[in-house]
Design a protein around this ligand. Sequence first.
Ligand code: HEM
Length: 220
Amino acid sequence: MSDTIPTRSGGRRLHPWPVRIMHWVNAVAMLVMITSGWGIYNDDVIVRGLHFSKDLRLGDWAAWSLNWHFAGMWLLAINGLCYLIYGVLTGRLRERLLPIRLRDLIRTVGETLRFKINHSDLTTYNAVQKILYVVVILAGIAQVVTGLAIWKPVQFSGLISLLGGFQPARIIHFAGMTVIVGFLFVHVALSLLVPQTLWAMLTGGPRLSPSRPRASEKLP
Ligand code: HEM
């Protein structure tokens, strides 16, 4: 059997234009959701003593922040759904983010600790990147689901009981935001440290060879 197989994205860019548009729309929507969420949070804090300063909040008071949150919600949910549908139908999500192997993870962590990070191949995500992307995608989905539950607790009462009640659902929603903000710090720092990845996410990056071996088939 041949050691290379044609990829579905043969000859196309590393980040096709729909992915780039959806990525940057998502970045704007996430920033709107996070900063407006902080405005709403301040009205009824979850962690005692934790308030978000005016400079970090979108909306001068909670009602305005709520308006921003609802506007951003549609953008985030519709754009996120398009990203998932596109990724599943083209096979791109599976190709880019799977498989995640324990031995690859151990190797990447070991190399990172020895500052031996290889940036020469932009076309393959390492195991740590794959995990981070999978986690943030799941966190995004969890935010939409828990957000719906606390927005319409009567209509989604089943979901609220599944989450353990209204306040636990709020806490999970807050925890999801924390995960996403944590991801963003690492993600933006890495993309600034390796600017060719940022350039690729803006311009599309290198063209993938039609017979590029799958990441899982590369020799160690
Ligand atoms: C606002 C600042 C952001 C910058 C500068 C940025 C930058 C980048 C860059 C450079 C890549 C390509 C990484 C590579 O090829 O190695 C990327 C991919 C990705 N980013 Fe971001 N990003 C931002 C916001 C976000 C946000 C808010 C999220 C989600 C919460 C996100 C989720 C992702 C995901 C899932 C990928 C993988 C995309 C794919 O290949 O399908 N990014 N980002």
